[in-house]
Design a protein. Structure first.
Length: 424
């Protein structure tokens, strides 16, 4: 996986990934037995691990305990299952539309949702763990992350004090989809859940679409929209600016219905809700940038302090190419100061840092890819250390939160696996 332009940093080693894939060779049965849901193969069914020299066969069987019905709709049922082996709950979404005339057409949406969800890994987007498809019958199942909570409308009604945080989470989640070139295309309160832990989750990408070129922005769906539609609908266009509009209108609705007056991002929200796309904030990345700029002003950062932060964040994020899915951000500000100062002493007489990983590991724990042709200047790090050390605890947390938001925009990947890690 390492190349001249793009190499991988691991904890103690780097390696390429041996390409091996698991393919189901026959459809699985899905049945209900008392309180047990069983997903098991027929006697002749199997999964095959493709190897260069031979086929290695595994029989596959998985039992889940049925917990309760979660709901049903025009496209099927949703139930809650429990896996007692790993002690986890899963949502199982069954595709079985009421309208037989639409079964084949809507099945394509179901498959598209699976494909899109498998590309995604973000705290604010619901995860998919497995799927079972029966193309010959236009039927299937998705096993997804279980979010124990309510839709955003009900949650805000009960917890209006958390609206500011939810807004930031929504922007982060949709900015992530945007970075993956994915349009949701069905933004409404019921498709944004909030767990009891306060974590927002974007769900239901059944109408989602991956954007490959400008022709993919045509408005190819007609839904019952819950608010005034934007001006670009007249031109049969639906793009990321449209997504910005609907998220803005959703929060505008929440603020109005719950008489919330403590919302901190009114100026950003107003620009999101502009009817004409020419006057609207264009992307979620732009919304995020506006919010961060407003926060810096609110906390009385000087222009020099803002410049020091941005130059450092730009150079560090240019160095980082991809981050491992399991990578963690360092949030201990005292540790960051201590390790930055220690690292700085080892290169303070240079013009550019000989080994940028000395700085990167002060902020991230885990594996990452880096661009070998990208450098970080010593002066940039010196200015950032001065800024971070002299800031109050509250300003340090804000600087770190902004830096983490930058990290969130970097592509995520699965960590490399060494050949010797495989049993055969």
């Amino acid at each position: 996986m390492a190349s001249v332009l793009n190499r991988v940093r691991t904890g103690a080693r780097r390696s390429g990934l041996a390409q091996r894939s698991i393919y189901p060779t026959a459809p699985l049965r899905y049945s209900r037995d008392s309180s047990l849901y069983v997903i098991r193969p027929r006697p002749h069914d199997q999964a095959t691990l493709i190897d260069d020299s031979q086929n290695i066969t595994f029989l596959r069987k998985r039992d889940y305990q049925f917990m309760r019905e979660l709901g049903s709709g025009a496209c099927g049922r949703t139930v809650l299952l429990f896996d007692d082996v790993i002690d986890e709950h899963f949502v199982c979404k069954k595709y079985a539309p009421f309208s037989e005339l639409k079964r084949e057409e809507l099945f394509a949406n179901f498959v598209r949702e699976i494909k899109l969800l498998h590309k995604l890994h973000h705290e604010n987007v619901v995860r998919v763990f497995n799927y079972y498809l029966y193309p010959d019958q236009f039927m299937g199942y998705i096993l997804m992350e279980f979010v124990e909570g309510n839709d955003i409308g009900d949650y805000v009604a009960a917890n209006p004090e958390n609206t500011n945080g939810l807004f930031l989470q929504a922007i982060n989640g949709f900015a992530y989809l945007e970075s993956k070139s994915i349009l949701h295309r069905d933004i409404r309160p019921m498709n944004i859940l909030v767990g009891n832990d306060g974590v927002l989750k974007i769900i239901d990408l059944g109408f989602g679409k991956h954007i490959g070129n400008s022709n993919d922005f045509d408005k190819s769906i007609s839904l019952n929209w819950w608010c005034t539609t934007p001006a670009e609908f007249a031109d049969s266009r639906y793009d990321f600016t449209t997504e910005v509009y609907f998220v803005g209108k959703l929060f505008e609705k929440l603020l109005s219905e719950n008489d919330i007056s403590h919302f901190k991002y009114t100026s950003a929200l107003r620009r999101m809700c502009e009817h004409e796309p020419a006057e609207r904030t264009k992307t979620f990345a732009d919304v995020d940038r506006e919010i961060r700029n407003d926060q810096f002003v609110d906390f009385n950062f000087t222009n020099d302090e803002i410049r020091s932060y941005r130059e450092f964040a730009d150079e560090l994020c240019s160095y980082l190419s991809k981050l491992d899915n399991d990578l963690k951000y360092v949030d201990d500000t005292s540790r960051i100061v201590r390790e930055l100062e220690s690292a700085f002493r080892s290169f303070m007489l240079e013009q550019y840092i000989p080994e940028p990983s000395l700085v990167a590991r002060c902020f991230i724990d885990g594996n990452y890819y880096y661009n070998v042709n990208t450098s970080i200047s010593v002066d940039c790090v010196r200015d950032f250390i001065r800024l971070f050390k002299t800031s109050t605890a509250e300003k340090r947390r804000l600087i770190l939160a902004n830096l983490h938001t930058r990290f969130d925009t970097i592509t995520r990947c699965t960590k490399p696996v060494l050949d010797e890690d495989f049993p055969f």
